[in-house]
Design a protein around this ligand. Structure first.
Ligand code: SF4
Ligand code: SF4
Ligand SMILES: [Zn+2]
Length: 437
């Protein structure tokens, strides 16, 4: 049964195609037909039509980018952002380097040992551009592996001077693991949170996805960040047949390491960039991930706890916020209480920052605790007990839905284009050719 229409691209030539959504007994599919390359069909939801429609909590509010450029060739070819975009940014990703100290078989940025760093002068220009186009945004320091740069602390300080107030480091954690003082140095510079690539608690997983065993280093990184008062979010890439059995162990480990670990942000693998894995006929969709979470945690986290994103298109993401009870149980928090059921990107920006930042405890210059009020204590306790589980299903050329893309608020910053939604920036065709990168 055809029940919806949208637009997508051909996975071979990336031309824009009309697409239909079709409900079958075993799931929801997106169908499209390229005049040159034929028919394509991609699973986008495991479950029936009712469950698919129930997930749609999209608020229709439109909050377009400030000073967007006039559309010219049509979406997704006008990113920058253009005035047809429905959301201004929330998170801006700065790719500080193309270099990495790993060469993962799976890497959306196709990073390796060699490659250029973004010059400091260019980073300054990008900060200024962002401030002039709706900033301050939450800044994601990304790459490549940003910690291979020795001036990372300086880049964070510079960002604060420019008026940005939230900095997230996307990292494989190797340097944070091997240099205990490094976490302290980054926190002192103003880093708020570490998004740590963390694919499981079994080294076999790291060998497949990252090319070598890394579990001990991941754990050391978490401990070093905890000691430095840096919030950590564990970010597993989950691939069917590789580590979908790791969701339960990752969540339990994260709870064990709370409050330093603020939560888990799950990324079902997308087939773009460098990806040594074959795209399966049934890639992981949101309902499949939620079912695995419930089954592997014996119902501690329930599939029914989760709802779709509020700021982005709901089919892009899932989210649940909890309070950890003294007995170790979890209390599901209503979304609004967490401030993440936002109708505007400003709320989204603040919500992300509050959930994932590190220890809010304040120390004076001698390292002693500063005097706090009862309200401060209350807030600190609320922060300590809070824990979030979220995830984002990035789109690839097979399942790209331009309606989802137009609501994207996670953008790569590029000196040629401005802000480009993450899924457009990283889109590759079946031969690995890019549209923007
Ligand atoms: S993704 Fe957004 S910014 Fe890019 S072309 Fe489409 S509407 Fe414009
Ligand atoms: S990055 Fe991709 S999956 Fe995430 S909100 Fe943007 S379009 Fe959706
Ligand atoms: Zn084609």
């Amino acid at each position: 049964m055809i029940f919806g229409r949208t637009q997508s691209v051909c996975p071979v030539c990336l031309r824009v195609l009309d697409a239909q959504k079709r409900a079958e007994k075993d799931g929801i599919y997106m169908d499209k037909n390229c005049p040159e390359h034929g028919q394509f069909s991609a699973l986008i939801w495991e479950g029936n039509l009712a469950s698919y429609l129930r997930w749609n909590t999209e608020n229709s509010a439109v909050d377009p980018p400030k000073d967007g450029r006039a559309p010219d060739r049509g979406c997704p070819h006008d990113c920058g952002l253009c005035t047809a975009h429905l959301r201004k940014g929330c998170c801006a990703l700065l790719e500080l380097t193309k270099r990495c100290n790993l060469r993962c078989p799976v890497c959306f940025a196709s990073a390796g040992e060699t490659g250029e760093d973004l010059p400091l002068a260019e980073i300054k220009r990008q900060y200024d551009w962002l401030m002039a186009h709706g900033g301050p945004f939450n800044i994601q320091l990304s790459g490549g592996e940003p910690t291979v740069r020795d001036d990372l602390a300086e880049i964070i300080r510079l960002g604060w001077e420019k008026g940005f107030t939230f900095f997230q480091l996307n990292t494989n954690g190797l340097r944070l693991a091997s240099e205990p003082d490094y976490a302290k140095e980054l926190r002192a510079a103003g880093l708020n949170t570490v998004f740590l690539q963390f694919d499981g608690l079994d080294d076999k997983v790291y060998i497949t996805l990252r090319g070598r065993p890394l579990l001990e280093q991941k754990k050391r990184c978490v401990d070093n960040c905890a000691e430095a008062g840096l919030g950590v979010v564990l970010v597993p890439v989950i691939a069917a047949g590789v580590n979908e059995d790791q969701l339960g162990p990752i969540l339990r480990y994260a709870l064990e390491k709370s409050p330093a670990v603020r939560g888990v942000h799950i990324q079902p693998i997308s087939y773009f960039g460098r990806c040594a894995l074959e795209r399966p006929a049934r890639p992981l969709t949101i309902p499949a991930v939620l079912r695995l979470i419930e089954a592997q945690t014996e119902g501690l986290f329930r599939a029914a706890d989760f709802t779709g994103g509020g700021a982005e298109n709901p089919y892009c993401s899932f989210h649940a916020a909890y309070r950890i009870r003294p007995d170790g149980g979890l209390k599901l928090l209503p979304r609004r209480a967490e401030g993440c059921c936002c109708t505007a990107s400003d709320d989204s920006r603040v919500s992300v920052a509050e959930q994932w930042s590190g220890d809010m405890t304040d120390f004076d210059a001698d390292g002693a605790l500063t005097e706090t009020s009862a309200l401060d204590e209350f807030l600190r306790e609320a922060w300590r007990a809070s824990f979030t589980v979220s995830g984002m299903v990035f789109q690839d050329a097979w399942n790209l839905d331009l309606e989802r893309l137009r609501r994207c608020h996670i953008c790569e910053v590029d000196s040629r284009y401005g802000m480009v939604p993450f899924c457009a920036y990283n889109l590759t065709d079946s031969e690995g050719r890019t549209m923007y990168r």
